[in-house]
Design a protein. Structure first.
Length: 246
């Protein structure tokens, strides 16, 4: 009975999350449409002024304006991705190892600059049904969070991210583990909520894990914070094993 109750709670939580995501998606689409043109105008005028006044306090102020415009534009792009759903008609067999290796290459320079070791232990036969782009987006969000968490650790601890995959019955379990400081217990229930963030302004949108959870769900899987403490954090992602129907 307890197991059945937990399953029902999980289903209700997923439905609530989907409802929230749909609401935020509508808001995101409207914001992206309404703010795109004025942002372009601000950027154009600021660049024109900077070409004439690129020195001193005026130049610094104009560059600051452009930096904030870029920040808002990047957030808009995140919101657009947030409200875009995966198209099942585009789903095909996706190599988990390929997605993992491409994402590791994408964040390699950032990891090297912070002495973070990244290890991939994903077998070649790990295949899931979806799109490479969506699987990579899921992993990028998780790795960026891990990197930012370990930036605060200093040089006194070994910093490592490990990505592994194992097959359990009819599922592939993709595990992302870091050796960061962990997620405080009192906020662990909030981490998948849209716009929730503990980072300072400019360091995150509060959408990374929400987007990952949304995409995992659209690929027929589920994501779970399996453990988090002073020794690090582990996320488990469960995906159905790809079965060739031909």
């Amino acid at each position: 009975m307890k197991k059945s109750g937990r399953k029902q709670d999980s289903i209700e939580a997923q439905l609530l999350l989907q409802d929230r995501l749909a609401s935020v998606g509508l808001l995101a689409a409207g914001l992206a449409h309404e703010m795109g043109t004025p942002l372009g105008t601000i950027r154009g005028r600021a660049e024109m002024l900077l070409a004439r006044h690129d020195q001193g306090e005026d130049g610094d102020s104009l560059r600051a304006i452009l930096g904030q415009v870029d920040r808002v534009a990047a957030l808009l792009q995140t919101l657009v991705r947030f409200c875009a759903s995966a198209d099942p008609s585009e789903f095909t067999s996706v190599s988990v190892r390929r997605a993992t290796e491409e994402v590791i290459e994408l964040v390699r320079s950032e990891c090297e600059s912070h002495d973070i070791k990244v290890t991939c232990v994903v077998p070649d036969e790990a295949q899931v049904f979806g799109t490479l782009a969506h699987l990579e987006q899921i992993l990028v969000n998780l790795l960026v969070n891990a990197i930012q968490a370990m930036e605060e650790c200093g040089d006194t601890v070994s910093k490592e991210i490990r990505i592994s995959a194992e097959k359990y019955e009819d599922e592939w379990v993709l595990r992302v583990t870091d050796s960061g400081p962990g997620i405080p217990a009192h906020i662990q229930t909030e981490i998948f909520r849209a716009f929730y963030t503990t980072k300072e302004i400019g360091r995150g949108s509060g959408l990374g894990l929400t987007i990952s959870a949304k995409l995992v769900d659209e690929l027929g899987g589920r994501i779970h914070l399996s453990e988090s403490g002073s020794d690090g954090t582990t996320f488990d992602l469960y995906f159905p094993v790809y079965k060739n129907k031909s």
